[in-house]
Design a protein around this ligand. Sequence first.
Ligand SMILES: CC(=O)SCCNC(=O)CCNC(=O)[C@H](O)C(C)(C)COP(=O)(O)OP(=O)(O)OC[C@H]1O[C@@H](n2cnc3c(N)ncnc32)[C@H](O)[C@@H]1OP(=O)(O)O
Ligand SMILES: O=C([O-])CC(=O)C(=O)O
Length: 371
Amino acid sequence: MTATKGLEGIVATTSSISSIIDDTLTYVGYDIDDLAENASFEEVLYLLLHRRLPNQSELEELTQQLAQNAELPKEVLDHFKMYPIKEVHPMAALRSAISLLALYDEEADVMDAEANYRKAIRIQAQIPSIVTAFSRVRKGLEPVAPRTDLSFAANFLYMLSGKEPSSIEVEAFNKALVLHADHELNASTFTARVCVATLSDIYSGITAAIGALKGPLHGGANEAVMKMLSEIGSVENVTSYISEKLQNKEKIMGFGHRVYRKGDPRAKHLREMSEKLTKLTGQSKYYEMSVRIEELVTSQKPLPPNVDFYSASVYHSLGIDHDLFTPIFAVSRTSGWLAHILEQYDNNRLIRPRAEYTGPDMQKYVPIELR
Ligand SMILES: CC(=O)SCCNC(=O)CCNC(=O)[C@H](O)C(C)(C)COP(=O)(O)OP(=O)(O)OC[C@H]1O[C@@H](n2cnc3c(N)ncnc32)[C@H](O)[C@@H]1OP(=O)(O)O
Ligand SMILES: O=C([O-])CC(=O)C(=O)O
């Protein structure tokens, strides 16, 4: 038995949800460029869960279900007030809140397909409420209830700030949600599938996935990119900062990818949005710094920017707190996690690979007084 470090190149499952072939990303056969330009997040959610785009009445029904299920149990909101609130990272709060939601869902452990679908919709509906309510409660503000007349993207921004967002903000945020919705067998999706392949429940799968997304090598990179941009501070400082990092063999957050070689097809959309939004909000320096970093990194290493790189300046220009960037990734990726969890249940087998043993051999037990 020989181990493959990081399971690189290992095909661990079949899936009909999304594919990455020759650097092209598709959701159920639709090119990500097409969906990013044209689709709403609600349509993409339906597509991932049903493997086809909804017609008008199916879309309206889904939109209604999301609105009807967005409310959080009072106990979950109260729970936010019990943390040593300022120090808690919103990803940790989100991970705990999803786990807690299971305790208030009578169907949490009911495993038939209909109950699992109902829970999937509830989780997708509640996750924006969790992220926005936590963000407000830690600032001493009351949570804002969602409106039934706003889209998923508009509602998120509305619940976060309490103000109705502009159409430009909604369009950008919707596109970001579409771009992050699914990505084949990335680390957090694999985690979710491993978890539920034991026939554990959906809440456990999503909780586990959030834990995996939180790390800076995965979803946590978008917050780390913003930290880097803030540390650099101006376009003039980019060269010395990045050159030093590369010389010290430190990683530049938001660059590189396990699967893409020529580049992440999502990055160009976020780059375009970053240019437009930072200009509109008088914060062009974040876009200009990002472009300079990209030029410098790619001139020295075959490492194109990934989805996390330009999303940082996009979210910053939307006025979003930096530690909410990864929870926002989770709000979108929940759609993919849920689709993969349901697909796993449909054709389940326990996921249990092997390890190549590298420890000592032929040891003999020594009584403690002789050690
Ligand atoms: C949504 C997402 O999850 S997208 C990814 C988000 N993560 C990041 O942006 C974090 C920065 N990037 C990385 O750490 C990596 O590129 C990953 C984790 C995305 C992919 O990792 P892997 O496929 O395992 O590549 P690995 O980490 O082995 O890197 C291969 C080589 O490229 C280098 N490298 C990879 N990414 C970077 C980077 N961002 N900056 C500098 N060097 C890098 C590594 O140091 C390594 O060099 P070496 O062969 O000289 O040791
Ligand atoms: O696929 C990966 O390894 C990481 C990624 O880009 C994503 O999850 O969107």
